[in-house]
Write a protein that binds this ligand. Structure first.
Ligand code: ADE
Length: 425
């Protein structure tokens, strides 16, 4: 597929995978009723007509559904990957057949990754959709000349929102961005249930380990860490949490986990997973004290949570023992198995979050893009939350689609909540 007037060419692994992609995209669609509803409305109202959108997302079957919604709304799109290893090649082939320009290949090098990112920006976008803020970051650096076209951006993930807030704090943000991650219908579900389940899915597909009876160390007790800890516990693991935030550490203790510093956890864990969004969480000093045969993985956005450079330095030998399992042998013969090259294990070794939760995350993305197009004139160069009415509406549609009914406030309850006079005396 060649994008409209600009002659931007797709770059995917094998267009012959499109039929497989079509079946899997349709399967995901069955769990995405909120997106379906938005797609139907977008098809009628065409709120994105004439809008050029660069998207840098994990190219999965769920993302393919989102791209179809944006296309139905009238947007011209170039999609690239937000991680070199997370692309599902059949989903990208399918999208190309659907008339969307896609530049994403699973296993692409860093150079190709950067080239694909820049092809997306060659579209001269009006809006960006990021997962990790790579498009916005390029637009504030090498591609600053394109900022004049921009109405705004939408950001999917915690790490991306952190990057944007730092730009905003330095008063260097050049256009408004909506932090989709912070919507309740996003992070309470995608980060918690999505990361929780898909991280374990990735670890098990890569290793086929038994969870029951293992000592499972979760580094970071944000929404992702909580989701992961509770699923690991549910499968019979002894869960240890490491934290730097006293409040979160306290919550982890009261949720029933053992909390200790990473240096102590390193000596006793069988499986380690980082989900902090920070860099250098498991370091050389930790690797040096780990037991023989441990499994170490990351499910945070960037591959910076494990000090892979440090591990490479202390290892005498490295070999791939299974797909996406690299065994590092230390000088004394102990072996450390790192999954997915320290990149997001849930998207590299498994399929990412299930469609059921991505439905809400991506509904926030689609409606945030529509909001930016309609309201950009009123917005400043700031990081905005998803408007509360959009967030609530997504929850309402989702519940409705699940066949769950809830109560309404009675007139008396409404009055009670809005008055200070009504007490107990
Ligand atoms: N991030 C985590 N899981 C994902 C998925 N299934 N699709 C797109 N982005 C994701």
């Amino acid at each position: 597929m060649v994008s409209g007037k600009l002659n931007l060419k797709s770059d995917v692994k094998d267009i012959g995978l499109a039929a497989d992609g079509a079946r899997r995209v349709e399967w995901a669609a069955r769990q995405m009723p909120v997106l379906k509803q938005i797609r139907e409305r977008f098809g009628k109202e065409r709120p994105l007509k004439g809008i050029r959108m660069a998207a840098c997302l994990h190219v999965t079957t769920e993302t393919a559904n989102l791209m179809q919604v944006m296309k139905a709304g009238g947007a011209e799109i170039v999609l690239c990957a937000s991680n070199p290893l997370s692309t599902q090649d059949d989903a990208s082939a399918f999208l190309v057949k659907e008339g969307i320009t896609v530049c994403a290949i699973k296993g692409e090098s860093k150079v190709v990754y950067a080239k694909h990112l820049n092809t997306a920006l060659d579209l001269k976008p009006h809006i960006t959709m990021d997962d990790g803020a790579d498009l916005v970051s390029e637009l504030h650096g090498r591609r600053k000349n394109l900022v004049g076209n921009m109405l705004g951006g939408a950001e999917e993930t915690t790490t991306g929102v952190i990057r944007l807030r730092s730009l905003e704090a330095q008063k260097r943000l050049l256009f408004p961005v909506i932090g989709v991650n912070d919507a309740d219908t996003k992070h309470f579900f995608d980060n918690r249930y999505g990361t929780g389940q898909s991280t374990i899915d990735g670890i098990l597909r890569a290793t086929n380990l038994l969870m029951a009876g293992s000592t499972f160390v979760v580094c970071g007790y944000g929404q992702c860490g909580r989701g992961l800890a509770v699923r690991a516990k549910g499968m019979g693991a002894h869960v240890i949490v490491t934290e730097i935030n006293p409040l979160r550490a306290l919550e982890a203790v009261m949720d029933g986990y053992v909390v200790m510093p990473a240096a102590e956890a390193a000596k006793v864990g069988d499986v380690f997973v980082t989900v902090t969004g920070n860099a250098g969480v498991i370091r050389t000093e930790h690797f040096k004290t780990m037991k023989d045969g441990v499994v170490v993985a990351n499910s945070g956005h960037f591959d910076v949570e494990l000090d892979m450079e440090g591990l490479r330095k202390i290892a005498k030998r490295r070999r791939e023992v299974r797909p996406f399992v690299e065994e590092f042998t230390l000088a004394d013969g102990r072996k450390i198995n790192v999954l997915a090259e320290g990149r997001l294990v849930n998207l590299v070794s498994a399929e990412g979050h299930p469609a059921m939760v991505m439905d809400m995350s991506f509904a926030n993305q689609a409606l945030s893009a529509e909001y930016l197009v309609k309201h950009h004139g009123e917005l400043e160069k700031k990081v905005y939350a998803v408007p509360k009415d959009i967030d609530r509406e997504i929850a309402r549609i989702k519940l409705n689609a699940m066949g769950v009914k809830i109560d309404q406030l009675t007139p008396y309850q409404k009055k009670y909540l809005s008055s200070w006079e009504l007490g107990t005396i």
